[in-house]
Design a protein around this ligand. Structure first.
Ligand code: UDP
Length: 316
């Protein structure tokens, strides 16, 4: 197959490039390198079947030749990034998805939207199932990301219904692993880098908020299964093991063997406004329809991620 991956130089995108190339497919990674990085795909340059196009998907997308899959990951998924670049976030979710869908339609390619658990907002249903419509504040600081992805899902379904484009939607819950940016502000790189540097782990609020963390190789396996399936409705992908953020901080200290302290901080900017109090995927749909569930234990995934930061940042 010939596969276009937008956001291909990002954290998840680069792992997906690796996977499809290892299976003998041709992969075109597209990225404007605003949050993705060439380092994530440096090992792929010169490999047969790999090419890279530097492009911002909010502008018309041109790709020569046929395409079998368009996998649309380009986005600014870290809260710190989308709070700093709110308009670009809205544009990439709306205009970028429109361009990527138009391309898929022109090439008669199967299309996948990387959506998010943020479509559920601060959820009133727990764990979250795909038939829950969510609780999003459209005018809050997270609204730029949440609503852009909700709009993107609506656009995907419109192309599916009106233009018969063969579409898939995955709602990604917190995912972690090597190639995350150390400075993307999310809890996994923050805590691991703080632990490795011997700095205090910054728990926002009282640490009672919950999340669940899926290792990137598990997510990639889910993507591959979803693309090979005929499931058009949205599918949650994430790890159903739910932890409080305080519990997660303790786990990071444990795995890294760090003697860092835990500190409770109360950011005064908008970072924690509308921060979902709980989040955990119900993955029954993925289990039943795709035979998929995560299999990497949190300790193993955290160890691999800590090794990555140790090596790339020289953190001993
Ligand atoms: N968080 C934290 N300390 C940090 C970074 C994040 O306590 O240094 C919290 C944040 O308030 C949220 C959770 O960890 O409740 C997950 O945040 P993240 O930015 O990773 O992504 P989110 O799940 O909110 O999209």
């Amino acid at each position: 197959m010939r596969i276009l991956i937008t956001g291909g130089a990002g954290f998840i995108g680069s792992h997906l490039c690796d996977r499809y190339l290892s299976e003998g497919h041709e992969v075109i990674a597209m990225d404007n390198l605003s949050t993705g990085s060439e380092e994530n795909i440096a090992h792929l340059f010169g490999k047969p079947g790999f090419s890279f196009i530097k492009h911002n998907v909010t502008h018309y997308i041109y790709v020569a030749g046929p395409l079998d899959y368009v996998i649309h990951l380009a986005s600014l998924p870290s809260p710190v990034d989308y709070l700093n670049q709110p308009i670009q976030t809205l544009k990439v979710g709306a205009l970028g998805t429109h361009n990527a869908l138009g391309l898929a339609m022109a090439k008669k390619a199967r299309f996948l939207l990387a959506s998010t658990s943020e479509v559920y907002g601060d959820p009133m249903v727990h764990p979250q199932r795909e038939d829950y419509w969510g609780n999003v504040n459209p005018i809050g600081p997270r609204g730029v990301y949440d609503e852009s992805k909700r709009f993107a899902e609506a656009l995907v379904m419109a192309y599916h219904r009106y233009h018969n484009v063969d579409t898939r939607i995955v709602r990604i819950f917190n995912t972690y692993g090597p190639r995350m940016r150390s400075d993307d502000g999310r809890v996994v790189p923050n805590f691991i880098c703080q632990a490795l540097r011997g700095e205090p782990l910054t728990v926002y609020g009282d640490g009672s908020r919950t999340r669940s963390f899926c290792f990137v190789s598990d997510l990639v396996e889910g993507f591959v299964r979803l693309m090979a399936s005929d499931v058009t409705g949205p599918v949650n992908m994430g790890n159903p093991l739910e932890l409080s953020i305080l519990g997660f901080a303790e786990k990071v200290l444990d795995v890294t063997g760090s003697d860092s302290q835990i500190t409770f901080v109360h950011p005064t900017d908008e970072r924690t406004k509308d921060d979902p109090k709980v989040r955990c995927p119900d993955i029954t749909r993925a289990q039943t329809l795709l035979g998929w569930e995560p299999c990497v234990a949190l300790e193993d995934g955290l160890r691999q991620t800590a090794d990555y930061f140790r090596n790339t940042l020289g953190l001993a």
